[in-house]
Every structure is written in C-alpha cells, then in structure tokens.
Write a protein that binds this ligand. Structure first.
Ligand code: SAM
Length: 322
C-alpha cells in the first residue's frame, strides 16, 4: 500500500492537522479511509427533544416539512438525508429538535444521568449535551450548566428556553475555579479542544478546512478542568471527560494526569456505537493500562465528528452510585 499521508510540497508548512494524521497513521484504523472520508461534508443529525414531543410525532412533523432522514443507533437521533436548509423548520422553532452530531450525544449516554442526580456540565455552551442531559433526567433533579464564555452563554440560555427545560441553572465562570456550595453525582467535562474531529479536507486543494491554529495551552486548561471536576464529584460519582479531537495530548495524556494526581479509576463504557480503545503507547510514552477503557470514535467509522470519551469514577469502579 502506498503512503496515503504523503504531503505535497505546497502543504509542507501549512496544516498541522495533516501532519498529525501522518504521525498517527499507525494508531488510527484504516487511515487511508479516514483521509477519503474527510473529503465529504459533515452529515447533519437532529436530536429529538422528548421533553416537548414524542419521537414519533417529531418524525411525522419533520416528514411534513420535507425532511428526509434515517434512524440512527441512538433512539433520539436521526440522520438527515435530504433537507432544504434555506427553509426555517417549525420543528426547530417549537423546540422539538436540536441539530447535533451523533457522536456529540455519546458522552451524555456514557454519563448515565437520571432524574435523582445532581449534575454539572462544566463547559456547557451552546448546550447540546446539557440539554440532552436535562432530557435524560426528564427535566428533574438539577443540572448546573457552566461555561466561561459570555457570548456562548447567550446561546446556551436560548437553547435551554427553546427546549422547554426547567431543571437547569446556568452559570458563567472558569471551570477550573468553579466554587459551588455542593458536590455532584455526575459531571461532564466536554473540554475546549483543538476540534480535529470536525476538520474536513477540501477535495480539490487537499487543504484542511476549519482548522484552528495557535491554541497551544489546551492540555494545561484541560488538566485544570478535569482536576477541578474530580474534586467536586461525590465519592462514587461519575465523571465523563470528552473532546472532539484526535490529539493524544488532549485526550489520553489528560486522563493519565488525573490518574497520577487523584484516586480515580476508569470504567468500561457501554454505548450503542462501537469505538476504538484508548491509546496506551505512543511515541515512546506508556500510559496507564486502564486508559484502554476510554473510547475513540473516528469520523470514518461512525460517519460523524471524531470524539474521545473517558468515563471515570471517584473511588473503586464497583462503588459507582446508581
Ligand atoms: C467543546 S465546547 C462545549 C460544547 C458543549 N458541551 C455542547 O455540547 O454544546 C467547549 C466549551 O468550553 C468553554 N470553555 C473554554 N474554557 C473554559 C474554562 N476554562 N472553563 C469553562 N468553560 C470553558 C468554551 O467557551 C466552550 O463553550
């Protein structure tokens, strides 16, 4: 097989993402399929908000509005196969749907929230996962949805309102310093990241679209966020750490950091989509064996945004609270 990650000369100084893919080709399954897959546009998915409607009623309204879709492995999520994007959808304005990548729903399923839980979403805006968690909690219990960025909080508040959610308190602050008068049964850290799982490759020029360059301190921020989240988790509570990037420094290395600093254990993740195990050996570095329990979802394997998910319990895994 030829080297599909050969970089043409005009790209030598440009996209770090392509260089990363080249470096990762031994750990990514079927890397040439990934390169081909990234030349296609990101598929659109709608999550149905069962706080306002039933799955069947939402599907009927979508059909009436001329949207064609397929059921996915996640009961609440459909994959849109045909839709006139220029037409506003009543389903959207009524709060029946939330456009959300299929893989973006997975961290919520991994967290296993329920109506009795006190839940924190440390980096919540614009609210895709927070509003799905509220849905999975039947709008009961309580959910704190925090984010650092004021502009994004506006979208978070609008989404909470549009989807008819009442169990959610929205706060603004840096997650690594968040100080609240309670601890939590479940915490999601959907960390700010380099977003490599969302990148696409221009089929004509071969250049990377949507690439974010210049954020170099992300692993430091991610480590501070996961440590703070763990410290305000109840004993036996569950923490899910997720990113939409493939970068090992932002994924496995952040989990390794937590395992070294705190008495944390990884738990197996049971999800309706198959992922690859976390990486425990790369570039001469060895990580904790438990990190295999984390999941990597690659765009070409799930036809959605690439994601990393780790599920962590405070204390021994058998002591996780229901
Ligand atoms: C991946 S996005 C979250 C997406 C969100 N969970 C969702 O599903 O819609 C990461 C978020 O982290 C926020 N953020 C960045 N640095 C932060 C910090 N230090 N503390 C809390 N939030 C932060 C960003 O404003 C951004 O909204």
């Amino acid at each position: 097989m030829g080297d599909r990650f050969y970089l043409p000369e005009h790209l030598h100084n440009a996209p770090p993402f392509l260089k990363i893919l080249k470096e990762y080709r031994n750990v990514i399954p079927f890397p040439d399929h990934l390169m081909e897959h990234l030349k296609r546009p990101l598929p659109v998915y709608f999550r149905i908000n069962t706080l306002k409607t039933s799955i069947d009623s939402a599907k009927k309204l979508l059909e009436k509005e001329g949207v064609e879709f397929l059921q996915t492995e996640v009961a609440e999520v459909v994959k849109v196969t045909r839709h006139d994007h220029s037409r506003p959808l009543l389903s959207y304005h009524l709060g029946y749907i939330y456009p959300q990548a299929l893989s973006s729903c997975l961290p919520v399923l991994a967290l296993e929230v329920n109506p009795e839980c006190a839940v924190l979403d440390l980096c919540a805006a614009p609210g895709g996962k927070a509003t799905f968690m509220a849905q999975k909690m039947s709008d009961e219990g309580f959910l704190v949805a925090n984010d650092r960025t004021r502009g994004r909080i506006t979208s978070l508040l609008a989404n909470v309102k549009r989807l008819g959610i009442t169990n959610t308190i929205v706060t603004q602050g840096r997650g690594e310093h968040l100080c609240l008068p309670c601890t939590f049964d479940r915490i999601l850290v959907d960390a700010p990241c380099s977003g490599q799982g969302k990148y696409r490759i221009d089929p004509d020029s071969g250049t990377v679209k949507h690439e974010v360059i210049g954020k170099t301190n992300l692993p430091a921020i991610q480590k501070a966020l996961i440590k703070r989240a763990f410290d305000i988790l109840k004993p036996g509570g569950i923490l899910v750490y997720s990113t939409c990037t493939l970068n090992i420094e932002e994924n496995e290395e952040v989990i390794q950091f937590l395992l070294e600093k705190r008495r944390a254990s990884l738990m197996p993740i049971d999800l309706p989509l198959q992922g690859q195990p976390g990486i425990i050996s790369f570039r001469g570095k060895e990580y904790d064996e438990q990190i295999r329990l984390a999941k990597r979802f690659y765009p070409h394997e799930i036809d959605s945004v690439g994601f990393f998910i780790a599920k962590i319990v405070k204390g021994a895994p058998e002591k996780a609270t229901p």
